[in-house]
Design a binder for this molecule. Structure first.
Ligand SMILES: Nc1nc2c(c(=O)[nH]1)N[C@@H](CN(C=O)c1ccc(C(=O)N[C@@H](CCC(=O)O)C(=O)O)cc1)CN2
Ligand SMILES: [Mg+2]
Length: 302
């Protein structure tokens, strides 16, 4: 079997197109421009790339983008003041604090200071609790994007057996919750799970979010299963012509061996990653509609 490649780049472009249509309607009919504020502390190179990309795509879909770049030694009090001001800014419907934060800052404290209605990352404890009890919430972007791709590829997920490898608050746990809400039978596995290959082999749906490059092997995959690879790992790839080190991105799955067995698989890059930013934009429109008592965009929420 050779797996169908689930094209996250194309899917994300489609989602951004839908978001742009909603934004245009909000502007024309209601005179409202959704606004997204992104806060970056420090100069982590990957975070800078993601924040730049978020700002660019926010503007491309017609929304207002507010960027707050703070020095690496910003105090917790100063960061909390920025969050507080954004909570009270009526032009801002979504707030995102780029992670990871520098070590001296308490991520939980900062995230829980965001107004839950503007928490477009879905990381605030109120949103975690709402998702966990099946109530309307803001849903974390990477799991939401993964769910959209699964629904698009498989249709109903009801009754399917799903294994989520990874138990992080931002991917593994909310992903498991979303799959459960869609009536999957869900197992959360992780790096310490006994006989992980046998556990994964039971699954119709595998979501790999363990943060270990190419860990999941093809012989762990049930033939025909759908594999969502959330991992983004940069590994050595020899040297360039000038002798400098070369790197490449790989997922948590060993792509070639998994693709030989799976029914469908997301590539890295070009799979889940692009969906993360598309879902961030979708969440911002959702937050804006909710704040204004308007109907939410269909198909862009969980
Ligand atoms: N506050 C948040 N912080 C972080 C999140 C998040 O959702 N909220 N997720 C990640 C980083 N991230 C967005 O912030 C992100 C990561 C990767 C991609 C992406 O499109 N990746 C590409 C490859 C990019 C490359 O070449 O390096 C892909 O997979 O195709 C988008 C967003 C941690 N922090
Ligand atoms: Mg910290």
């Amino acid at each position: 079997m050779t797996a169908t490649v689930i094209d996250g780049k194309a899917f994300a472009a489609k989602v951004r197109g839908q978001v742009a249509e909603h934004v245009a309607r909000l502007k024309e009919v209601h005179g409202i421009t959704p606004g997204l504020a992104v806060v970056l502390v420090g100069e982590d190179p990957a975070s800078q790339v993601y924040v730049r990309s978020k700002g660019k795509m926010t503007v491309e879909v017609g929304m207002a983008s507010f960027e707050h770049r703070l020095a690496i030694d910003t105090s917790e009090a100063d960061l909390l003041k920025v969050v507080h001001d954004l909570n009270n800014d009526p032009a801002v419907h979504g707030i995102l604090v780029q992670l990871p934060l520098p070590d001296h800052l308490d991520s939980d404290l900062v995230i829980n200071a965001i107004d839950p209605a503007k928490d477009v990352d879905g990381f605030h404890i109120s949103n975690v609790g709402l998702l966990g009890t099946g109530q309307k919430s803001m849903v974390p972007c990477t799991p939401l994007g993964s769910l959209m791709m699964l629904r698009d590829h498989l249709g109903s997920l009801s009754g399917k057996s799903a294994v989520v490898i990874g138990r992080s608050n931002i991917v593994g746990k909310p992903m498991a919750q979303l799959l459960l809400n869609d009536s999957c039978t869900v197992t959360i596995a992780h790096s310490r799970t006994a006989d992980l290959p046998s556990v994964v082999r039971q699954a119709d749906i595998v979501v790999a979010a363990v943060g270990r490059p190419q860990m999941v092997q093809g012989d762990w995959i049930k033939p025909g299963a759908t594999v969502i690879d959330v991992g983004i790992n940069r590994i050595d790839a020899g040297t360039k012509d000038d002798g400098s080190p070369k790197t490449r991105l790989v997922g948590d799955c060993d792509y070639d061996s998994c693709a030989a067995v799976a029914g469908a698989i997301t590539p890295v890059p070009g799979g889940v990653g692009p969906m993360t930013i598309a879902c961030l934009l979708a969440n911002t429109v959702t937050a804006c509609c909710r704040a204004n008592g308007l109907a939410e965009p269909e198909g862009l929420t969980a």
